[in-house]
Write a protein that binds this ligand. Sequence first.
Ligand SMILES: NC(=O)c1ccc[n+]([C@@H]2O[C@H](COP(=O)([O-])OP(=O)(O)OC[C@H]3O[C@@H](n4cnc5c(N)ncnc54)[C@H](O)[C@@H]3O)[C@@H](O)[C@H]2O)c1
Length: 336
Amino acid sequence: MLRKMTQAANPDAGHPLRIGVVGVGVMGSNHARVFAGLPGTELVAVADPDQKQADFVARTLGCTAVADVEQLLALDIDAVTIAAPTHLHHDIALACIDRRVHVMVEKPIASTVAEGRDIIAAAAQAGVTLMVGHVERFNPAVEAIKEAIRGEDILSIAITRVGPFPPRMSNVGVVIDLAVHDIDLIRWFTDSDIVDVQPQLSSAVAEREDIALLQFRTASGVLAHINTNWLTPFKARNVTVATRGKYVMGDLLTRQVTECFGFQPDGSYSMRHLSVGHAEPLRSELLAFVRAVRSGATAAVTGEEGVASLEIATLCLDVRPTVAPAQHLAPRVVVG
Ligand SMILES: NC(=O)c1ccc[n+]([C@@H]2O[C@H](COP(=O)([O-])OP(=O)(O)OC[C@H]3O[C@@H](n4cnc5c(N)ncnc54)[C@H](O)[C@@H]3O)[C@@H](O)[C@H]2O)c1
């Protein structure tokens, strides 16, 4: 305990960071895999009430399996990833922060904005690092797009994130599960808040919305659009950004990014493929988390940014149009 308190106050302490992963389903088992090979860290244990799954991951990666976060925290952990179902993020994060353990929490930060704010306040008070797993920011194709539009006058952004239903349905629809990635990207690409929200949602098959067409305007005047659903038979993740000087197109799966530029009055223009890195996004994300823990610097994706994106996603659900089918007019909502 003495070492833990010293470590939280002095994040530069030289020992490997003792890491725990809470929830080792689809996403958490990937966190555990990456941490198991990450320099400067030691994957100590994974916690999951699904004993078979916890044992499998622990055996594969050579760490300890425990049933819950309390047993994990008893192992003198310095930092955790929380990849349990979203409705558990709040309580698990508070339990970790209460022990002055640094927290990387998967997106969305929590089920509600109020819960997200609770986590932020607790982390600030305890002086621990809090980072939110908006892993798409670390996709090399996304990084290349961000670089291509640096200093450009951005006019509009269109993002498509579609695919089939996930194998295990959680208790959220496509807006909280998928669009929250792109809401974060729109805020990050534009360095601006979203101030207008115009959502169109439909539940074609699932109980919750499984199709969403979302339109936004940022404070800086950028128009943005997200097309997301669980009804497309194949996965697609595409981003296009129109600026005054460029048109940038990125495929986040194949990691091809192309820009059109040098527009001429006769309609001609130049085109080039941009260089895109090969790093695994999750590894880059977790390296950024470890750097933030060690340096005490602001995390690459802060709790406030996680809450801001969740707030916009929640708003999209709150203004679900209730008008009769003949009047397909979504209400215009001004945020903030
Ligand atoms: N960043 C991304 O791209 C991305 C992708 C998928 C999921 N996620 C997020 O990761 C989280 C988990 O999603 P998933 O798809 O891996 O779900 P999942 O259902 O595959 O895994 C969740 C795991 O948590 C375990 N669990 C349940 N209760 C627990 C508890 N009290 N303590 C510890 N573990 C517990 C379950 O047994 C399961 O193994 C969600 O918040 C989701 O939004 C993020």
